[in-house]
Design a protein around this ligand. Sequence first.
Ligand code: SF4
Ligand code: SF4
Length: 306
Amino acid sequence: MKTDFTHCESIYWVFTQLCNDKCDHCYNSSGPQGERISAQDCFRIIRNLPEQVDRLILSGGEPLADRAKLYLILDEIQAKYQGRTQIMLQTNGDLLNGDILDKLIAKGVTRFDIASIDRYHKLSGARLMTLADLFESRGVNGDDHDPLIEKAHYLAENPLSWGYWGATEDMWLGGNWARGRALEKNIWLRDPSHNFCAILSGAKGFLGGTDLPQEISIQLWKINPCCPGTKFPLGDARREKVADVLLRASKSEIMQRLNQGEPWKMGESVGVTEAHAHARTEELQNVCLWCDEFFGQHQESAILLP
Ligand code: SF4
Ligand code: SF4
């Protein structure tokens, strides 16, 4: 585990929950009435990001639905990191056109991920070929290669790239996080043996020192060890340096267990056995729901006050 968090490998930031779509499987309840934060709060968050960030993934909601703010964020990110951070945009692609793409490239976005090519999104993937032509016309490489896997080599050869994916029955619908609209609409994964914590997007490695990239998620302003998000955030990125929040988390035995991708062991330091955690997960049918229950019952240990 790291002891200095002024350098972070990857930050996934949902800066808006505004979206032109309103999908049933949306884990953060984004939509036309989705929650937003002010541009001033976004600037505060950027000021509080670590001094060095290898990769910043801007997401939503739909980032292009909150476009004026996105442009301000990109300018502020460039001013802070001077091109040293890879900026990735995760979008449903519905609102993307040539002018917007030109502007995004000029403002430093080098990777575009279209996350809506499926029958569950409004346009049901119908724009894929239009988007492919658009990217090709601007020299954005369409080799659907995950830049997170062999990033150094791949990025050197493809400074501008894009990829796409979509919801499938087993991955995003059957495998959904028990969060947001997916929970409301009852399309979340009922599999007590599945450990979200130990996969990319889970908490494993959020403090570093594992075989996964060190990644944290910021949902609007809430700093989380994982994308599903814990019941209480680790801290408020508007008010505190992310590096300080992670340093504080690294001293918690509960968080150390989550960092190892072992949510069933996170209660050991406060007398909650692994056997009890498994039994409750079995009843709740999902490890993140067990995590919520544990945090709710052990707030004094789980909430990490500055
Ligand atoms: S899943 Fe994506 S496109 Fe659908 S409502 Fe959520 S943020 Fe919008
Ligand atoms: S078990 Fe908790 S920490 Fe792990 S992915 Fe789920 S909500 Fe996040």
